[in-house]
Design a protein around this ligand. Structure first.
Ligand code: DX5
Ligand code: ZN
Length: 231
């Protein structure tokens, strides 16, 4: 069954990050999200070069693809992502987000992702200004603002990054483009409202979801409770 992309340009959704799940029981972790309000699955791909860590590859993506109908948004924290877009699309990605810092030809990379039938996302590291995405918002479906230094889960959200979220919110609205605005890193119940107030429509959460003692579905609901009313 073709998966539809549940674009969220208003309102607010939660994208659980698999990085915080038990790597020995990923299918079980994904099943635990079904019916719990998760809108999509955030899958962090790391190459040990663009970021100092390794995680999932296309084989894991392909294996998980058969376990759930949740859309996969693949966060490519890798160098030269343009070399691997077709492989990730074939493995089951519904959206692919690449980093401005890793793409000298970001406009072309985003249009290539769309050409593969996937939603295209552009991500900014903490020190990269919002303006770096302004000229490609019209060829993307998702703008991702890193609220931690990429590479690891369980870090604390960097509050200053929310000013960048607000700047992108203004620019997206000024351009009148249908681009989701995502925050990624350190999102917890105590700061989710701030993320929503800054203008985010997608909250990526790993620790807050898979670290919730009452289970991942509860973690998702907790974030939606505190943040959704503010969007
Ligand atoms: C970090 C990843 C994030 C991270 C989020 O490089 O891009 O998606 O897994 O995890 P938490 O919510 O635990 O910060
Ligand atoms: Zn991520």
């Amino acid at each position: 069954m073709p998966r539809t992309w549940p674009r969220c340009v208003n309102g607010l959704v939660v994208a659980p990050s698999l990085l915080a799940a038990d790597f020995g029981r990923l299918a079980e972790a994904v099943h635990g999200l079904e019916g719990g309000g998760a809108d999509r699955l955030h899958i962090d791909v790391m190459d040990g070069d663009f970021v100092p860590n390794f995680t999932f590859g296309t084989d894991t993506l392909r294996a998980l693809r058969g376990e759930t109908d949740l859309p996969f948004e693949v966060h490519l924290m890798i160098r030269e992502p343009e070399r691997h877009l077709g492989t990730f699309a074939e493995a089951g990605a519904d959206a692919m987000t690449v980093h401005w810092e890793a793409c000298p030809h970001l406009h072309r990379t985003l249009t290539t992702i769309r050409g593969l039938g996937c939603r295209a996302g552009g991500a900014l590291n903490v020190s990269t200004p919002a303006e770096c995405l302004y000229d490609v918002l019209d060829v993307m479906d998702l703008a991702l603002v890193m609220t931690v230094d990429p590479g690891f889960g369980g870090q604390s959200l960097i509050p200053r990054a929310l000013a960048k979220v607000a700047a992108l919110r203004r620019e997206i609205d000024a351009q009148g483009v249908e681009v989701e605005l995502e925050v990624d890193g350190g999102v917890e119940a105590h700061n989710a409202a701030l993320c929503a107030q800054a203008g985010a429509t997608v909250l990526v959460a790993g620790t807050a979801v898979f670290g919730d003692p009452a289970g991942p579905a509860h973690g998702v609901q907790r974030l939606l409770e505190v943040a959704a009313p503010l969007r």
